[in-house]
Design a protein around this ligand. Structure first.
Ligand code: BTN
Length: 329
């Protein structure tokens, strides 16, 4: 059974602007009116605002601007979706935490969600700036029943599924920059994905998919070196966004995207999504990682998710990992 706070918040979400009486809440949730009153006081201390109108009841007027786990749970209840998620106010890295939990035998799949990370990790050993509480730091952990080579286009698929979800729910169209960045229309980075897996020769043992998504960070809240490189959903939408609702919906979308991946149904939508959200095809880029950086025009990707790059000499090179820089014309 859901915890009392999340059931209570779920009733307020369902009521919208209509007042809900303490009596009704007490009956619906099977507790006393005093218990409801106590919970409301506690929630008020956590920066929820409830307006009381005599005889009619309470309206939830505003909610905290950072992740509040019972509110995420309440949104999940409304979505009738019950993934296993673990919340931490602060952690080193949600990916590291998920890896530790998998190593200790925790049943998967599960999600780790944090309000802050003090050692958020990016690709290629970079740091992921994670000190703003209005952003999403989450990891999904699986023990997938798939062969190692089937994991290759996974991060691309998760990114595409997220782009499709954000466009459908918020009307925000991000672009996917191979292999793991989600970009705003002005080219600044809004999200990064980090997939880490432990595998043996015939199957993937454990896999963690990490997502860092900037939701409500304003430009001046980013450190100076990131201000012109990073963006957030709120900077694109220019309207207030509720992080707890967005977190719950994304959690559901990513979970379902994973299920599609494991069952193979992702292949039905992959190309359509790729054509809609990829931002590299036709662009002149430089790809670096190990060895000499390669320059060329992006031709798209192959079935394994590797980047196809046509060199100035007209040769098509297949690049399975690397860091892409767009040439500024
Ligand atoms: C990148 O763009 O380099 C990938 C960034 C991935 C950041 C996320 S935040 C949640 C999860 N935990 C981490 O330590 N990293 C990922």
């Amino acid at each position: 059974m859901a915890d009392l706070d999340s059931s209570l918040l779920c009733s307020f979400l369902a009521a919208g602007n209509q007042p809900v009486s303490g009596d009704r809440l007490a009956k619906e949730l099977g507790v006393s009116r005093v218990a409801i009153w106590n919970r409301l006081e506690r929630l008020r201390n956590a920066r929820f605002v409830f307006e009381a109108s005599t005889r009619k009841g309470y309206v939830m007027k505003s909610v905290p601007t950072e992740i509040y786990p019972a509110l995420v749970e309440a949104h999940l209840l409304r979505l009738k979706f019950k993934p296993k998620f673990e919340f931490l106010a602060e952690v080193d890295s949600t990916n590291s935490e998920a890896e530790r939990r998998l190593a200790s035998g925790q049943t998967a799949p599960f999600v780790v969600l944090a309000r802050l990370q003090n050692s958020g990790r990016g690709r290629l050993g970079r740091k992921w700036h994670s000190s703003h509480t209005g952003n999403l730091y989450l990891s999904l952990a699986f023990r997938p029943l798939i062969a190692p080579e089937r994991l290759k286009p996974f991060t691309l698929w998760m990114g595409l599924a997220l782009c499709a979800h954000l466009e459908k729910t918020l009307g925000i169209r991000l672009g996917l920059k191979w292999p793991n960045d989600l970009l705003a229309p002005d080219g600044r980075k809004v999200a990064g994905m980090l997939t880490e897996a432990r595998m043996d020769s015939d199957r993937v043992r454990e896999c963690v998919f990490g997502l860092g998504l900037n939701i409500t960070t304003q430009r001046e809240d980013f450190p100076e070196d990131l201000r012109y490189l990073a963006s957030s959903l709120v900077q694109i939408s220019l309207t207030p966004l509720e992080i707890n609702q967005i977190a719950a919906e994304i959690l559901q979308a990513l979970w379902l995207a994973w299920e599609d991946y494991e069952s193979g149904t992702w292949q039905k939508s992959f190309r359509t999504f790729w054509e809609r959200y990829d931002v590299l095809t036709g662009k002149v880029v430089k790809v670096g990682l190990l060895g000499e950086p390669k320059e060329g025009v992006v031709q798209g990707i192959n079935d394994e998710g590797a980047l196809l790059l046509r060199s100035p000499a007209g040769l098509t090179q297949v690049i399975s990992s690397g860091e892409v820089t767009l040439r500024k014309d």
